[in-house]
Design a protein around this ligand. Structure first.
Ligand SMILES: Nc1nc2c(ncn2[C@@H]2O[C@H](COP(=O)(O)OP(=O)(O)O)[C@@H](O)[C@H]2O)c(=O)[nH]1
Ligand SMILES: [Mg+2]
Ligand SMILES: [Zn+2]
Length: 309
């Protein structure tokens, strides 16, 4: 009986997989045929973040034999709105969304879509408000932003990746965890990664790939090891981190701030749009729910309607 080892998948090309074994070795492994998820009847491709067992075959090649059950996973929806989708990463501890208020300005709706997606996948989300040096010159917008998300119950960290402000605190939150890092283009993701891991280029060159999408990273995700332990997951394109089949009737469930008030609605199936006796609409009027959040909810409902027609 050959020995089996356990590892985390850090890169997938579809034909081979790079593993980080629990004892700290780097291994390139293959699979033979289709793999079943342990304890399940369905087969699944191996994805980044998967915990797998592997052994060495007679020729000394590493072969993945088993995928451990996934704690969670995220899905990419095909860009052409077809129903096709595939898993892009598994076993994510937390999701950090990098945003900026100015140059560029990340919209509330974009942020709220990301947060809803994280709620649906049960991945704790944190907002990293970068370029705080710029935001400070516009105290009113900054105040509204911070108020909106503190009322909604989300953690917001303020940063200036360019001058290193807030980077130490962030490093502590990343240590030993697997973190999905997202953000629209231009918000300072690459600058942030460079500030977090200044020596990245000497360590396998992996993190430097954050700066340019190589051939293999356009369709497959990759995890980058951090020097304090833990991994960053870079998903190729935020648009791919999509919502799957969240119906209008369940959307509110993924707004924790709306859910605080929804039990007080007159109708159990209240959509919080036009119904009388709606506790959510009342909370929006009285300031218990931030208007920006409610507005995102309405926009997402509307989008959903269009999608169904
Ligand atoms: N003022 C300011 N500019 C920043 C900050 N972080 C990044 N930038 C600048 O924003 C631009 C985009 O940064 P980049 O890291 O390439 O963004 P990415 O597209 O998210 O990877 C660059 O010109 C950076 O120098 C910051 O904290 N403050
Ligand atoms: Mg970049
Ligand atoms: Zn309601």
């Amino acid at each position: 009986m050959e020995r089996e080892y356990t590892a985390t998948v850090v890169q997938s090309t579809g034909s081979w997989y790079r593993l980080r074994s629990d004892s700290g070795e780097w291994v390139e492994a293959r699979i033979r045929g289709k793999l079943r998820l342990r304890g399940s009847r369905s087969t699944s491709p191996v994805v980044v973040g998967d915990r797998v067992d592997y052994r060495f075959d007679a020729r000394g090649e590493a072969v993945i034999t088993d995928i451990r059950p996934r704690r969670n996973y995220i899905i990419r929806r095909s860009p052409n709105l077809s129903k096709e989708s595939h898993i892009i990463a598994a076993n994510i501890d937390q999701a950090f969304l990098v945003v900026s208020l100015f140059s560029p300005s990340t919209s509330y709706e974009f942020i709220d879509r990301f947060l809803v997606t994280c709620e649906a996948y049960r991945i704790p989300a944190t907002i990293l408000l970068n370029k705080i040096d710029l935001a400070r010159t516009r105290p009113q917008e900054l105040g509204e932003f911070l108020e909106t998300y503190s009322l909604a119950g989300y953690r917001v960290l303020t940063l200036s990746a360019a001058d290193g402000e807030g980077v130490e605190g962030l490093r502590e939150l990343l240590a030993g965890r697997t973190t999905l890092l997202s953000g629209n283009s231009g918000v300072g993701k690459s600058t942030l990664v460079a500030a977090l891991e200044p020596g990245a280029d000497v360590r396998t060159g992996a993190v430097s790939e954050f700066h340019h999408k190589g051939k293999h990273t356009t369709t497959f995700s990759q995890m980058y090891p951090l020097s304090d332990g833990g991994f960053l997951i870079d998903t190729p394109g935020i648009k791919g981190f999509g919502l799957l089949d969240i119906g209008a009737d369940e959307l509110a469930r993924y707004f924790p701030d709306l859910m605080r008030f929804a039990p007080g609605c007159q109708f159990y199936n209240c959509t919080h749009v036009h119904e009388p006796g709606c506790a959510v609409q009342q909370a929006v009027r009285e300031g218990g729910i931030a208007f920006r959040r409610y507005e995102s909810y309405l926009k997402m409902l509307d989008e959903d309607e269009k999608y169904r027609k």
